[in-house]
Design a protein around this ligand. Structure first.
Ligand code: NAD
Length: 459
């Protein structure tokens, strides 16, 4: 149900009052809330799978692995590691400063706002929430209006499992989000597109609110001609088919040596037939496009391409279905290279050398991730040192997200602010520096007090 705009300031104030009450400070209390998130994901998995089937046609195995399983994994591991993360630290200092007891306290930032998108609505809501609760914050969750069944379910489940004084769900669209953004928060964590990110960033600037922007972009794949093309095709196609390509780290386009392009196309055709022997159109293992607007956007991109469609995906606008579609001989300026595709369309851009591939990537905004398939260590090192991207993955696609100990973030247009496990905890934690000056060091401090003797100034 849409939250009444007039109640939004009261919701923020109530969460702020809870934060000030100190309820969220004990580590054991935070751990309990984190285990409650894991319990919710486990107990309510059927309802969650049904909601995501309804909103996104998401295959159950994808929901169990990428939304429910990941939420449980991150919640449990964060609860277990929290005592270590939250330890007060004493930095190494020079001997003469040791009596001052330099200390770093880990302080929760306060009351935070988490705005999440529709494509992985569960993990992209809980991943930041787990870090916020681990840090001792209170939080408002603003899920996406494009997945109404899931967002409604979230509103029902959160108060059943989490302390309602600590976490609240605000449902709605632009008016509700705009109201939230008028208010002062202690951190805003936004996941979504760059256009809205600019609205969020300017609202945050008014209050000098710290911000995390988890955005997207066009993540390229560079394939070395010496690599096993068949294996590369299989792994890339898997990375592109998940959630029908609606994933921020989906391979967006491929750069490959011109004379290897047709071998790659053949390998894609072979693996497509193996993944979906009856096609993906009616397969329960392949998701739908989230909205009519996005379906239209994708078919329009395809209708304007100057490339050659070599794997023709069927489209069914009424059911928002679009099969994987592969387009070869795509060149700079093509419709498929204009914007993040965010759907099951994969353009192949033939190049004549690695230098040309690197130049192609560097001529565009920094992507969220750069994928490269190669066994050649010096090529890998060139890519590490001559390109910029949020992450760089060799010889697979988004499987790297399974390593939740790695920091995840964009760079430039793909966003900023690290997340995953301790990195999310750190995002919602202020490092509060302290010293405690003993009385008996007064003689060592004498030099700082005026009037300063000439000898002291010279020394
Ligand atoms: P979306 O349309 O659901 O928008 C995201 C959030 O912004 C929603 O909660 C929505 O209510 C809010 N919003 C929309 N319009 C607004 C406005 N005018 N003012 C204030 N808030 C508004 O999702 P989306 O942006 O289409 O999501 C897809 C994008 O997110 C892609 O670009 C993708 O790459 C990116 N993404 C990034 C990550 C990451 O972790 N880096 C993860 C997933 C998706």
């Amino acid at each position: 149900m849409t939250t009444l705009v007039s109640t939004i300031p009261q919701i923020r104030d109530a969460l702020r009052a809870t934060f000030r009450s100190g309820l969220t400070r004990p580590i054991a209390w935070r751990q309990h809330q984190l285990y409650q998130i894991a319990r919710m994901a486990q107990n309510e998995r059927e309802l969650i799978c049904d909601a995501l089937k309804k909103d996104l046609g998401k295959p159950k195995t994808e929901v169990l692995m990428n939304e429910i399983g990941s939420t449980i994994d991150i919640a449990v591991k964060s609860a277990q590691r929290l005592p270590e993360w939250a330890k007060t630290e004493h930095p190494e200092v020079a001997d003469w400063q040791k009596p001052w007891k330099p200390t770093i306290y880990k302080a929760p930032r306060g009351t935070v706002l988490i705005i999440s998108p529709w494509n992985y609505p569960m993990i992209l809501t809980f991943q930041p929430l787990i870090g916020a609760i681990a840090a001792g914050c209170t939080a408002v969750l603003k899920p996406s209006e494009l997945v109404p069944t899931f967002s409604q379910l979230l509103e029902e489940l959160v108060p059943k499992y989490l302390d309602p004084n600590v976490c609240r769900v605000v449902n709605g669209a632009v008016p509700e989000t705009s109201k939230l953004l008028e208010l002062q928060w202690d951190h805003i964590f936004y996941t979504g597109n760059g256009r809205v990110a600019r609205i969020v960033a300017s609202a945050a600037a008014k209050h000098l609110t710290p911000l995390s922007l988890e955005l997207g972009g066009k993540s390229p794949v560079i394939i070395d001609s010496a690599y096993d093309i068949d294996l590369a095709a299989k792994r890339i196609l898997w990375g592109k088919c998940n959630n029908a390509g609606q994933i921020c780290v989906a391979p967006d386009y491929i750069l490959i040596q011109r004379d290897k392009q047709d071998e790659l196309v053949k390998a894609f055709q072979k693996h497509y037939n193996a993944f979906f022997p009856d096609g993906a159109l009616d397969s329960s293992l392949f998701g739908s496009i989230v909205s009519d607007l996005h379906h239209k956007r994708l078919t329009s991109l395809l209708s304007r391409t100057k490339g050659e469609i070599v794997l023709q995906g069927r489209a069914d606008a009424a059911r928002r279905r679009l099969e994987p579609t592969i387009v070869k001989d795509v060149t700079d300026g093509d419709s498929l290279l204009e914007e993040e595709i965010f759907g099951p369309i994969l353009p192949i851009v033939p190049v004549d050398s690695l230098d040309q591939a690197i130049d192609f990537v560097n001529a565009r905004s920094h992507p969220l991730v750069l994928y490269a398939f190669s066994d050649n260590e010096s090529m890998k090192q060139r890519l590490v040192s001559e390109t910029q991207s949020g992450g760089i993955v060799f010889n697979d696609t988004f499987q790297y997200l399974a390593v939740s100990e790695l920091p995840f973030a964009g760079v430039g247009e793909s966003g900023y602010g690290y997340q995953f496990m301790k990195y999310t905890y750190d995002t919602f934690t202020q490092l509060r520096s302290s010293i405690d000056m003993p009385k008996d060091v007064e003689q060592h401090l004498a030099i700082r007090y005026p009037p300063h003797s000439e000898e002291a100034v010279k020394a």
